[in-house]
Design a binder for this molecule. Structure first.
Ligand code: ADP
Ligand code: MG
Length: 215
């Protein structure tokens, strides 16, 4: 067991910073989606995270598990596109591996890895998708694999997360070279080549927030 603990404040700050990120980057996500989808990825995320922002002060009083459950439910309920239910499910599952239930308690780094694992697993299940299909999973899966392998090899938590973010960005870049076998870009066939997947792009920047906020 490591003594690298991620505090309750960390988990709250991540969501606050994701709200800011989405507000700053929504046009970029939408621009990517207008190239190979229907041009609403940034709009969808904005709708979801605006709803989260409305309720944040209330939810902050809850423990991390319930806090993330509410964040996820808001995304799931409010967002029409496929990214809403997928990110929504991610956040709903994210809090579950935390064992401590106190409103001020955080998580160990081992728990954090399990949280990421549960989140990524539900995206795969809900999306019936995996790596190599030009989706957000091209970011999430390599990032998670790297996070786990680096940490198990002895890399300190924050550094392991930094490596995970790099692996996620490589996965994002890789989406440029492949056709989509899931999501709207599927219809484009070869014409999707040369374009980044919008969900993989937002996922890479989301992971960067998880990294940067780490103490
Ligand atoms: P929509 O495609 O319904 O317009 P968004 O534009 O908000 O929703 O989100 C699109 C992103 O969702 C894609 O770029 C892709 O990363 C992700 N996505 C779509 N379908 C799947 C799936 N089956 N599995 C994983 N991710 C998916
Ligand atoms: Mg779209």
């Amino acid at each position: 067991m490591s003594d690298y603990i991620l505090s309750k404040d960390y988990f709250v700050k991540v969501i606050e910073d994701l709200i800011t990120l989405v507000d700053q980057r929504k046009e970029y996500y939408t621009e990517l989606d207008s190239q190979i989808g229907d041009g609403d990825h940034g709009i969808n995320l904005e709708i979801g995270f605006r709803e989260v922002n409305k309720n944040l002060d209330e939810w902050k009083k809850l423990n991390v598990r319930d806090f993330y459950n509410n964040v996820g439910k808001a995304l799931l309920d409010k967002v029409g596109g496929s990214s809403g239910p997928l990110y929504g499910s991610f956040f709903m599952k994210f809090g579950l591996p935390i064992k401590s239930k106190g409103p001020d308690e955080g998580a160990t780094f081992e728990e954090f890895i399990e949280m990421m694992d549960k989140g990524v697993a539900i995206i795969q299940k809900r999306g019936k998708s995996t790596k190599g299909e030009k989706t957000m999973l091209d970011t999430f899966i390599p990032a998670l694999e790297t996070l786990r392998s680096e940490y198990e090899a002895g890399t300190p938590g924050k550094e392991a997360m930094e490596k995970a973010v790099e692996a996620g960005k490589e996965g994002l870049e890789f989406t440029r070279n492949i056709v989509a076998t899931k999501g709207r870009a599927m219809r484009l066939g070869e014409r999707a080549i040369g374009h980044l997947d919008p969900g993989a792009a937002s996922a890479a920047e989301f992971l960067e927030v998880f990294y940067k906020d780490m103490p």
